[in-house]
Structure formats: C-alpha cells, structure tokens
Design a binder for this molecule. Structure first.
Ligand SMILES: NC(=O)c1ccc[n+]([C@@H]2O[C@H](COP(=O)([O-])OP(=O)(O)OC[C@H]3O[C@@H](n4cnc5c(N)ncnc54)[C@H](O)[C@@H]3O)[C@@H](O)[C@H]2O)c1
Ligand SMILES: [Zn+2]
Ligand SMILES: [Zn+2]
Length: 369
C-alpha cells in the first residue's frame, strides 16, 4: 500500500474533497502510475454537479498522464520510468462493438464500473472504506493503479500537461473531426462550444485542411482564442437561435458541411442539426445529462439527405491514436499546449470547477510535483 492524496467525489453537488487514501500494490495485469498531470474536463463537472448519477466515493479525474512507477507481477508491456497517457476506456474485447472493431463504443468496458475488470478497487480510506477510481483510472490523485491497457506509452519529450489532454479532450475533439466525420480537405466546418473539446475540434479541422472553420461560443473571448487556433471566423451565440443560424449560413454559403456540437446542451444540439445544408452532417460530441432528448424537423432532414453522427472518445483506439497525436504535437501540427491556460494544484479543484461552469478559461490542468 502507498499513501496518496486524491480528489474524492461522494455526493452530487457537494464539494469534492482532497483526502488521504491508501493505494494498493499493482497485481498481475496492472501498473502503478505516478501522476504528473490531470486535466479538468467538463465531464468531471457533470459528475460533480450530479448531471450523471455516479456511485461514490470515487477518486475523480479521467484525463491524465504520468510515469510508470511499479509493474504488477508478469507485466512486460511497459517499463518503469516510461511516460504514459491514461485511457478512460479499456474495452472488454468481447462484446459486439469490440468484435466490430469499435473499441470506443464498448458498452461493457470495466472502466464504466470504476473498478478493475475483476471488480476489485485499488483505493481505500484510513477507515478501510473502498474508494472507486473514476473510469478505472482516477487521475486526480498523486498516483493510481490501472490496467496495463489503460497506460499508453508516449514518445519522449511530450509535456505532461499536453500528455494528459491527449487522454481526453484532444482525442475526443481531433478524433471527432478526422476519424468520426473524416472531414475532407476544403470542407466547411462549424464548432459550437469552444472548451478543451471544441478547440480540439478546431485543431482537427485545421489538420484536415477545412477551408472554412466557424467557431461559435457565447463567451466573446473564446472566439479570439479559436482564431489563434486557426478558425477562419468567430460567431457569438446569443439567445436567438434563428439569428445564430442565419449568421452561420451567411458565413458558409448556406450552411456548414459539418457542425460539431461540443457542449452537450439540447438547444445547441438542435441548432447543430437545424443549421445543416443539404447533405450536411451534425457530429454530436458534447454529453448531455442522461435523460435529455432533442427534436428536429424530420421531413427536410430526410429530403435533404442530412446526417447525425454520435462520437464517443473521437473513435479513439488509444494504443494507436495517443502516440500519433503526441507525434503531431512534437511536429508542431497540434498546438495542444495553447489549450492549457492554468496549471493548478490538487487543492484548487473546486475554484477550477467554478471557472469551468462559467465558461471562462480554457483547459485547467492539475500538476503534481
Ligand atoms: N464524446 C465524448 O467522448 C466526450 C469526451 C469528453 C468530453 N465530452 C463532453 O464535451 C462537452 C464539452 O467539454 P469541455 O470540457 O470542452 O467543456 P467546457 O465547459 O470547457 O466548454 C464548453 C464551452 O461551451 C460554451 N457554451 C456553453 N453554452 C453555450 C451556448 N448555449 N452557446 C454557445 N456556447 C456555449 C462555453 O462558454 C464553453 O466555452 C461536455 O459535455 C463533456 O462532457 C464528451
Ligand atoms: Zn473528458
Ligand atoms: Zn466491448
């Protein structure tokens, strides 16, 4: 057992507390990772605020990177000292989605039980109470024990904060554009919501050589940031959806070929679908509360051969895609470091959640020393 500190979620709406916990030794098929960085993603906030009912107590965080510190018995795929980014989805390998080559869509992943595959937990409080690890990795902790498949080696020289973001928002946003939608060169793209995920969609659209990239947010400062990432236009979203759609159509010759919704709110999901031109595609990336339902006018949708795609984890196959994205960062083609606007300590998590809730700031990253 090692003594660590971790951000523990217990009940929705209650502040997350930083607690001392005991971390088990890695068993066969597991490794211990000393965390170097963990991003604060809006999905963590969905949990914190109770949008997604989750069992507690759970060590939070799913966007993290670290260094392999100890190997379980028989583990040979990794070595001590290796830098890794953590994947929040280790597929079961057996279900229909896995057999169809869609690991990102696996519904039976043990990661969703926030435990190891055999149901074990790796953390406990001083009083012996078991603590789950969010998505089986619980990255907002000084160290974590994870399945070997969750720890993906990265090339040397990647900044820990950048490596952490490859673990969620970068793979999600870039992958939604280049894998899920496979946006062709010359296409027009709109991105609604310019947080870590939406700005990663913008980076993906630049990588895909989209001709027009319209960045949409309700926070004016975000539009300037998106232009720095390569967006060609910024559009401030007001309360009037009709006005926003009209402005978007003006900028994109009647509507963008692809619209990425990167917020997870019903009105913007509906806006994304409604703004489509004939043959256009809406890609839904933002995650709504569980019970949300959206509606759209069916006749023009069918008549105009429009499409809606759901994109989980940017169709990531982490063992292949994480090192690829890392290499693109090293080659100067994915400016992920610019997403990080604040490096904070574990104790600053609640103020970071407040900031994220307000739509302010870009990616906040917890760094561990
Ligand atoms: N599909 C996946 O696999 C996946 C992975 C990670 C995150 N997500 C989801 O993606 C979403 C975005 O995550 P994030 O971390 O980038 O969030 P974020 O909070 O950093 O960014 C959201 C952005 O949307 C803007 N916004 C909010 N309401 C708006 C409105 N009505 N009109 C225009 N702009 C508005 C905010 O100002 C902010 O810039 C979340 O729902 C998160 O859960 C999905
Ligand atoms: Zn995330
Ligand atoms: Zn599966």
């Amino acid at each position: 057992m090692s003594a660590i500190r971790a951000a523990v979620f217990r009940d929705p709406g209650r502040p997350v507390e930083i607690e001392p916990l005991a971390l088990a030794e890695p068993r066969a098929g597991e490794v211990r990772v000393r965390m170097t960085a963990s991003g604060v993603c809006h999905s963590d906030l969905h949990v914190r605020d109770g949008d997604w009912p989750r069992p507690g107590p759970v060590a939070m965080g799913h966007e993290g990177a670290g260094v392999v510190e100890a190997l379980g018995p028989g583990v040979t795929a990794l070595r001590v000292g290796q830098p890794v980014a953590l994947s929040w989805l280790v597929p079961c390998g057996e279900c229909r989605a896995c057999r169809a080559g869609m690991p990102w869509a696996c519904p039976s992943s043990p990661s969703f039980g926030h435990r190891m595959a055999d149901g074990a937990t790796v953390l406990e409080t001083a009083g012996g109470e078991p603590v789950l690890s969010y998505c089986g990795i619980g990255t907002m902790a000084e160290a974590t024990v994870v399945p070997v498949a969750a720890a993906v080696p990265l090339p040397d020289g990647v900044d820990p904060g950048v490596a952490a973001l490859i673990g969620c928002c970068v793979s999600t946003g870039v992958g939604a554009v280049i894998k899920t939608a496979a946006v062709p060169a010359g296409a027009s793209v709109a991105v609604i919501g310019l947080g870590g995920v939406g700005l990663s969609c913008v980076m993906g659209a630049v990588l895909a050589n989209a001709a027009r990239i319209v960045a949409i947010d309700r926070v004016p400062a975000k539009l300037d940031v998106a232009r720095e990432f390569g967006a060609t236009d910024g559009l401030l979203a007001g309360d009037d959806r009709v006005e926003t759609i009209a402005a978007l159509r003006d900028l994109t010759d009647g509507g963008p070929d692809f619209v990425f919704e990167a917020i997870g709110r019903v009105p913007t999901v509906e806006l994304a679908i409604e703004a489509l031109p004939i043959g256009g595609t809406a890609v839904l990336v933002g995650m709504t509360p569980f019970e949300s339902r959206a509606s759209f006018a069916v006749f023009p949708f069918v008549d105009g051969s429009r499409r809606i795609l759901g994109s989980n984890y940017g169709f990531a196959d982490p063992a292949i895609d994480f090192p690829r994205y890392a290499q693109l960062v090293l080659d100067g083609r994915l400016p992920v470091d610019r997403l990080i606007d604040r490096r904070i300590g574990l104790d600053d998590l609640e103020p970071a959640f407040d900031r994220l809730r307000s739509g302010e700031g870009l990616r906040q990253v917890i760094v561990f020393d």
